[in-house]
Design a protein around this ligand. Sequence first.
Ligand code: FAD
Length: 452
Amino acid sequence: MAIDNSLARHVVAVIGGATAGSEVAHILAERGALVAVFEQNPRPYGKIEDGLPRWHVKQRKEEYEEINSRLDHPNIEFVPLTQLGRDLQFDDLAHHWGLSALILANGAWRDRPFPLEGADRFVGRGLIYQNSLIYWFNHHQEKSYQGTRYELPPGGIVIGGGLASIDVVKVLQITATLDALAARNIIEDMVKLEREGIEAVLKHHGLTWAQLGIAPCRLFYRRRVLDMPLSDIPSDATAKRAEALRQARAKILEKAQRKYLFEFQDLRAPTGLIEQDGRLVGLRLSRTEVVDGQARIIPHTEEEVRAPFVVSSIGSIPEPIADIPTEGEVYRYADARCGLLLDNDTAVFAAGNVLSGKGNIKDSLESGTEIGIRVAESYLGLSEECLSLGKAERSRAHQQAEDVAVAIAAKPPLSAQAVARLHERIKALQRARGYDGNYRAWIAKVTPPDLQ
Ligand SMILES: Cc1cc2nc3c(=O)[nH]c(=O)nc-3n(C[C@H](O)[C@H](O)[C@H](O)COP(=O)(O)OP(=O)(O)OC[C@H]3O[C@@H](n4cnc5c(N)ncnc54)[C@H](O)[C@@H]3O)c2cc1C
């Protein structure tokens, strides 16, 4: 159905079309606004496609369809292959286009820098960041894949401690097992290894992990196992309750180790890089103690840990974008509670991971009760439950969209001429990308036949 440009209405731009962006866009479109969704990639599935390991087969497909059903709306103009900061400038959108609102839903895609001076010179030579590793894992088997390719010999080191770092150790252990089996002419299924666990699958072949003779990967965490952010602890929990929830974290880790056979060491932090022939071949790790919740290095406790590669999995933060003021790792807000960045003629809001400033699940867990533990276990493949991946994020984004709707309802709508001008501008961008306005047809065209 063609959009009617003879009406005065609000026009909103949303940056990023994934879980949060599609939810916000849909709600505002339902309320009659014309919404342009600018997405840097051909497909708008964000972390679901590129950040959560592809063994979440069913949940990923469901979430793709959730996003599609929200974006396929007569009041939404999807503009693929359009990146804020490259193809569009923040200053232009926020101050010169004349939009009613601009909503940043561009997620948290930058790995927090590895905390040792000069470490980044080893990227591609022994140092791997989590986001590019998972991107490779999810896509490298597609025929059209052109990204970085990783060799992952057994025995890698992972620095982390959150849920995403458990994903990383699972990727490493499953990949090493598949390779070791392939060397014995046994072709196994990645998803089966994730579901059943490594020992269980090896048993079908009359093998044990010890017989494979490969080094497990090792996860190092700077605080105590009880501090791992695998499930949340509400700030108002009694001491007894908080302790029980901390113990639950240790159990989650134990279950994950039993199923995926990685090694774990808490109370260690990297304090030095080991270089050989221009490559990173290990780390110096020092012991730590936890004082007032912070990990403190204990001097003179450094040990060398050598490994074929190191993966940094210490969190994802929003990408800095020219002209968006930042405060520490996150954007600077006029009112962080509702995600308001700028209260101009064009109100600027943030929604989803970009607002929490985190790319992980922790903030979407409801107040850290048993639900949090259930979600974490389901997410890590440690229980039979299969919970929706985007549900928590969608309900947060829903609330944010309501806030934006209230904010723009207080302003006069744009005149019919202004709407028509903006609409033509958006259409011109679509045409330049070869997008003809048919969302479903576009998705069919840009989805590789072997996308998982
Ligand atoms: C290990 C792990 C487990 C998780 N588990 C859960 C879970 O169980 N439940 C849950 O609710 N959440 C979970 N999450 C969080 C999950 O990431 C969010 O729920 C959700 O996918 C984030 O949605 P988003 O739309 O905010 O961000 P993203 O999914 O990151 O989407 C951002 C979109 O913006 C686009 N974009 C980025 N920059 C630009 C730009 N400059 N211009 C244009 N477009 C841009 C991206 O391409 C992407 O499509 C998990 C995350 C991780 C890492």
